[in-house]
Design a protein around this ligand. Structure first.
Ligand SMILES: CC(C)(COP(=O)(O)OP(=O)(O)OC[C@H]1O[C@@H](n2cnc3c(N)ncnc32)[C@H](O)[C@@H]1OP(=O)(O)O)[C@@H](O)C(=O)NCCC(=O)NCCS
Length: 188
């Protein structure tokens, strides 16, 4: 038996992890993939706490690494359910890196994970409603609704653009791009 509705704060989750040398690339900075994996963990912890079920990641939006993360920094991932549909939840993740010596905190990125709750038969299952207790909760919920609408519109535009790609006009379309066409004919 799951609760019918839960407040945002019930499932808010923070994971903090020390950035060790094994996480770094040849340039000494932390791999983006390590951060993505930690973000996915935080999103899962938050979504499964809200839904009370096993969850899967469906989409990840707005992944932009704004600043590099260094070995020795403490990375904190703050996760919060921003929006719920029937079985889906949009979890916002804010990533911050703390330099323990200088106390400087870098905001490295904020991203949005869409997670879907699954039942024991691996089918999407209803999640509790979200109780919005303050202006920030309301703002984030509406923002996530708007993002869903924008994404739907973008998907349609992309499908349309894909179905109208004119390879036979490539010479003209690509004339200012930094590419070289080595095929004899684009009409084949
Ligand atoms: C995504 C998935 C759950 C959709 O399952 P489905 O049987 O098609 O179910 P539905 O069409 O009812 O969609 C379920 C929910 O997912 C949402 N959803 C599906 N595709 C989506 C997408 N591309 N973007 C955002 N939400 C999506 C639907 O809107 C719906 O939300 P709602 O219940 O809140 O209205 C299913 O395809 C899946 O399990 N994918 C694999 C996920 C996975 O393995 N992730 C990586 C490892 S964790």
């Amino acid at each position: 038996m799951i609760d019918d509705a839960l407040p945002v704060r019930y499932s808010q989750t923070t994971i903090t992890e020390l950035m060790i040398p094994a996480y770094a690339n040849f340039g000494g900075k932390i791999h983006g993939g390590i951060l993505l994996s930690l973000m996915d963990k935080a999103a899962y912890a938050c979504a499964s706490k809200h839904s009370g079920t096993y969850c899967v990641t469906v989409t990840v939006d707005n992944v932009e690494f704004l600043q590099p993360v260094d070995v020795g920094e403490l990375v904190s991932l703050h996760a919060s359910v921003n929006y719920v549909g029937r079985s889906s939840m949009v979890v916002g993740i804010r990533v911050e890196a703390l330099n323990v010596k200088t106390h400087a905190v870098k905001h490295t990125n904020s991203s949005f994970f869409t997670m879907v709750a699954k039942d024991d038969d691996n089918k999407p299952t209803l999640v509790p409603k979200l109780i919005l207790e303050n202006r920030e909760d309301v703002k984030r919920f509406i923002e996530a609704m708007r993002m869903k609408e924008i994404k739907r519109g973008m998907r349609e535009q992309l499908d349309d653009a894909r179905s109208h790609i004119e390879v036979e006009h490539a010479q003209e379309i690509l004339r200012h791009e930094r590419c070289i066409l080595t095929i004899n004919s684009t009409n084949d």
